[in-house]
Design a protein around this ligand. Structure first.
Ligand SMILES: [Zn+2]
Length: 210
């Protein structure tokens, strides 16, 4: 049994017992046999109200832009919203800043060729928790960044293996992997990025090194 993010064997079972904690990178993952099938995932995503008609959803992205992107947007011409979902609200908000935004989503915008281009900014909001093979998928994202480009991620940070059993964020069965500050630091180091900004609960901005 090894960590799906860092590959370490330092993985232990935690409560509830279908979850595993990696003490090397801090990642918590659901065990392999519990990963949902694509048909279960799409059913769940179609239930989401991800649109401009949902004020809370729009505010979340406004806050994300204010928090992490406001200071860098002037230097951003092209962006990719990875895991855009059915209602690409963030993309529309970024377009208002004059940015050429491409969308990629395995279910709603399945255009793999867009992952072969290079961007000034990649956003991935409420996506990392869904990744079945985070090591590979993060590598693809970092490869699609130009040197010194930015990767902005939103995913709720887990409270640690001791408190995980009572944590709400895992109850969505399509949420299969959970990160904390230590995990984000591991990602930065291993994918040759720096953390420009991180908060205590869900947002991180990386910059790819030269
Ligand atoms: Zn790990």
């Amino acid at each position: 049994m090894s960590c799906r993010l860092c590959g370490s064997q330092e993985v232990q079972r935690i409560e509830p017992d279908e979850y595993l904690y990696c003490s090397n990178c801090g990642f918590i993952m659901i065990e392999l046999k519990e990963l949902p099938e694509p048909v279960e995932e799409i059913e769940r995503y179609d239930e989401h109200d991800n649109s401009f008609s949902s004020p809370g959803y729009v505010k979340m992205f406004h806050d994300f832009i204010e928090w992490g992107l406001r200071d860098i947007l002037a230097g951003v011409d092209t962006a990719l919203d990875f895991g855009a979902g059915p209602g690409p609200v963030l993309a529309e908000l970024l377009r208002e800043h004059g940015i050429d935004v491409s969308l990629y989503d395995p279910f709603y915008y399945h255009y793999p060729e867009r992952l072969n281009k290079k961007y000034d900014l990649i956003t991935s909001t409420e996506v990392f928790e869904h990744l079945h093979d985070p090591a590979k998928e993060i590598e693809i994202l970092v490869d699609a960044l130009k040197p010194e480009a930015y990767l902005a991620v939103m995913t709720h940070f887990h409270p640690g293996p001791e408190k995980f059993a009572g944590w709400w964020y895992k109850y969505d069965e399509t949420h299969v992997g959970f990160y904390n500050r230590k995990t984000m630091e591991w990602i930065a180091k291993n994918y040759k990025m720096e953390i420009i900004k991180i908060d205590d609960f869900k947002q991180v901005l990386f910059q790819k090194k030269r």
